[in-house]
Design a protein around this ligand. Structure first.
Ligand SMILES: [Fe+2]
Ligand SMILES: [Fe+2]
Length: 202
């Protein structure tokens, strides 16, 4: 794997200033959550740092990477929403540009946009850190999510926070008239089934 300085320099060059700041925020928050949930802190930091490495590539460029370099490991329906492209192509960049071969880090990048019903704790941490990092995300929203984590210790808190994010994401996708990947619905249903009863309405 390339060293952290190399990765940070690459991100600074290839991302917008806002996206770069977001990436540093996600890395920091992922590290903090990894400590809370006894996960590998270094893996969480790196996965958080690079989760959006492909975000500022042009949609056509991303699609070209997906169709010519990746060719498998994604569903045709995932290509209906261009917002998912960077998660799929991001894995390719992580492997080829940063020489990352750790499957846990690669899966966390892959799952950070749509989620997946069988997410690992690390996947969940990156997914959540992406929504609540302090540099670019809405403070009011982050506070709500953090409250859920504080009130509900352990993995249940993590799942409740994810369910809350899942509800908000689905609402926002509908509002923006965007395609909802089946994985996004599967995540919602899986969480609703396991912790739905514990989530307060608001
Ligand atoms: Fe992303
Ligand atoms: Fe992100």
């Amino acid at each position: 794997m390339k060293n952290t300085d190399y990765i940070i320099n690459w991100l600074e060059k290839n991302l917008s200033a806002k996206r770069y700041s977001h990436s540093l925020g996600v890395a920091k928050t992922s590290l903090e959550l990894a400590k809370m949930y006894n996960q590998d802190e270094n893996k969480a930091y790196i996965a958080g740092l690079i989760h959006d490495c492909a975000k500022n590539f042009d949609d056509n460029e991303l699609l070209k990477i997906i169709k010519t370099k990746i060719q498998s490991g994604y569903l045709e329906c995932e290509l209906k929403n261009p917002k998912v492209y960077h998660a799929i192509a991001g894995v390719y960049i992580a492997k080829n540009e940063f020489e990352i071969d750790d499957d846990e880090i690669l899966n966390a990048i892959r799952n950070h946009t749509t989620g997946s019903p069988d997410m690992t704790t690390l996947d969940k941490i990156i997914f959540l850190a992406d929504k609540i990092e302090p540099n670019t995300r809405d403070e009011k929203y982050s506070k709500k999510i953090r409250k859920l984590l504080e009130k509900n210790k352990g993995i249940i808190g993590l799942d409740l926070a994810l369910l809350k994010c899942s509800c908000e994401t689905i609402k926002s996708l509908i509002k923006r008239k965007l395609f909802i990947c089946p994985a996004t619905i599967d995540v919602y249903n899986a969480l609703q089934e396991s912790v739905g009863e514990l989530l307060d309405e608001d």
